[in-house]
Design a protein around this ligand. Structure first.
Ligand code: NDP
Length: 294
């Protein structure tokens, strides 16, 4: 069996069109959603992410405002900017691009963003709400973390039945693994979370009807670690050397796509799977923030 590919670009585009329609309706009522992004330093990958976020906003009709600060910006300067944006009525959502330079305390910075503008969903108040609500349907008003929410949308919009499914998440980070597990649970899956200390990872992964890989290790999940018919969502983004590519590298996921697609029923590619969903869910949260603005 060769898997059906889950087209993240197509699903993301569908949601972006829904967002654009909502933005139009809001504008008709005199509300323009606005996103402020903050980038500290010159990390090339972060520059690309922030630029893409700005472009996606523009396409959806969302006002966006990018703050690019030098790498030697102090924590105080960054906190002052956040305070200004917290009080700016044109700004519905604030996103601080991570990672921040080492001299800045990321937790302190993320906690300074007003919970009402926390479109990344990383403020402890939003994380707390998210962890305590039991059903996915009741999470509609929350800022769900973008990548995990994108994973769920990919599954649901591909017709995967989550209720009662055996889901295995490999990775337990606060940004991906843990919140993905919580969202699967809220969708009534039976969830196992694995990490670097898990004994016999292959055996646990082979139980999965749905396998989520968020490890950060190129092509780590092999065909012998999955069962026939598994649905695979590959969150990983890793660079590997590729002499045939102009850049000298190419992007691969945490799953050995060529091998695993022969056993899976559905699988996301890298690139073109989870990646486009992350920005899309940020747009969804920005519109949500504009709608609930007090
Ligand atoms: P982290 O490095 O924070 O977490 C990696 C997790 O994988 C950890 O929990 C770690 O376990 C686990 N792990 C590492 N090695 C093994 C192993 N040998 N066996 C089992 N588990 C292991 O990464 P992130 O969660 O931030 O990101 C994961 C991947 O997703 C990365 O490739 C990242 O680039 C990508 N990503 C993609 C996004 C997108 O939009 N597409 C967005 C965010 C991330 P332990 O806790 O024990 O160390």
């Amino acid at each position: 069996m060769s898997a059906k590919i889950i087209d993240g670009n197509a699903i993301a585009e569908q949601i972006r069109q829904e967002v654009a329609k909502e933005v139009e309706e809001l504008k008709a009522k005199g509300i323009t959603p606005g996103l402020a992004t903050i980038l500290v330093g010159e990390d090339p990958a972060s520059q690309v992410y922030v630029r893409n976020k700005g472009k996606a906003c523009e396409k959806a009709g969302i006002y966006s405002n990018q703050h690019t600060l030098p790498a030697n910006t102090t924590e105080d300067e960054l906190l002052k900017l956040i305070e200004t944006l917290n009080n700016d009525p044109k700004i519905s959502g604030i996103l601080v691009q991570l990672p921040l330079p080492e001299h800045i305390d990321s937790i302190k910075v993320l906690n300074a963003i007003s919970p009402a503008k926390d479109v990344d969903g990383f403020h402890p108040l939003n994380v707390g709400n998210f962890f305590t609500i039991k059903d996915f349907a009741d999470m509609k008003g929350l800022f769900l973390p973008c990548t995990p929410h994108g994973v769920i949308e990919l599954l649901v919009r591909s017709g995967v039945n989550l209720s009662g499914a055996e889901a295995v998440v490999v990775g337990r980070s606060n940004i991906v693994g843990k919140p993905v597990a919580m969202l699967l649970l809220a969708n009534n899956a039976t969830v196992t979370i694995c990490h670097s200390r898990t004994k016999d990872l292959g055996e646990v992964c082979r139980r999965a009807d749905i396998l989520i890989a968020a490890i950060g290790k190129p092509q780590f999940i092999k065909a012998n670690m999955v069962k026939d018919g598994v649905v695979v969502i590959d969150v990983g983004v890793n660079r590997i050397q590729d002499a045939t590519s102009e850049k000298g590298f190419r992007l691969v996921g945490d799953v050995d796509f060529e091998q695993v697609k022969e056993k899976a029923s559905l699988i996301t590619p890298v690139p073109g799977g989870v990646g486009p969903m992350t920005i899309t869910m940020l747009l969804v949260n920005t519109v949500k923030a504009a709608k609930t603005r007090r």
